[in-house]
Write a protein that binds this ligand. Structure first.
Ligand SMILES: C[S@@+](CC[C@H](N)C(=O)[O-])C[C@H]1O[C@@H](n2cnc3c(N)ncnc32)[C@H](O)[C@@H]1O
Length: 239
């Protein structure tokens, strides 16, 4: 069986830095793409203002967006397939900080301490499969699935479940870099006419499309190499 890269120590560190690192810890180049920093926090601000009862973060990774959702929700659940990511999300919640091994070049790395931001509420995390979620999750006022769809073998299964997961009048925020790769999704499950048209077709009956935006994000690989990517963000209201 091929290794799940999201279970590796390398990716846990990369995502701790991506989610919780300061601008200096992540980028360190003044002329770099600073507007791409803070993605996990920025996308949560796309939900409408106000306090809600229940929020769900699917494919939560090491949890930053879940913690951001907890500022305005009584109950937050983060679900990820990677047990290592779930453990890291819980640990930073418990300790308020975590250590990331930041790769500089070759085998050279520095240890960087990252922190849980001030003022967050409560969040719980569990391992789970977004294509086969447990039946008793209930429904939510807010559901986020950030950069998850094109990492699923059969993303249609998640889209089919979403109408049950979002309360009538509740909001759904999806982001995806539309990076469809055979190693995650067999080509027969790639959107034929483009990701946006596919989402409109699959979700349009149950959800009203409220907004769409381009949201850049930056993942540091080494001191001198970064992934600069632009995600397509769509915001929907459950009919
Ligand atoms: C590209 S990362 C995005 C993580 C995070 N939402 C973000 O925006 O930084 C994809 C995430 O989806 C998770 N994932 C992959 N397959 C999954 C599945 N079947 N169910 C739940 N999570 C999954 C991975 O473990 C990883 O955390």
């Amino acid at each position: 069986m091929t290794e799940n890269i999201y279970e590796t120590e390398k990716l846990v560190s990369e995502y701790l830095l991506f989610h919780y690192g300061t601008a200096e810890q992540v980028l360190g180049w003044e002329e770099g793409p600073v507007s791409a920093l803070g993605f996990p926090e920025r996308i949560v601000k796309r939900f409408s203002e106000g306090r809600v009862a229940r929020a769900l973060d699917l494919g939560c990774a090491v949890g930053r967006s879940s913690w951001e959702m907890s500022r305005d929700a009584d109950e937050v659940l983060g679900i990820d397939f990677s047990q290592a990511f779930v453990d890291a999300a819980e640990e930073i919640g418990r300790a308020g900080k975590a250590t990331a091994r930041r790769l500089e070049e070759a085998a050279l790395a520095t240890e960087v301490e990252v922190s849980l931001p001030e003022g967050v509420g409560e969040a719980v995390f569990e391992q789970g499969d977004a294509m086969n979620l447990r039946d008793d999750l209930g429904d939510f006022d807010r559901v986020l699935a950030a950069n998850l769809l094109c990492r699923l073998g059969d993303p249609g299964k998640l889209l089919e479940r979403l109408p049950d997961l979002v309360k009538s009048g509740g909001e759904l925020v999806l982001t995806t870099p539309c990076t469809w790769l055979e190693e995650f999704t067999p080509p027969e499950n790639w959107p034929e006419a483009g990701t946006l048209e596919w989402l409109k077709g699959e979700l349009g009956g149950d959800f009203e499309l409220l907004e769409q935006h381009d949201e850049p994000f930056l993942i540091r690989e080494t001191a001198r190499k970064f992934q600069w990517t632009v995600a397509l963000l769509t915001k929907w209201r459950r009919r």
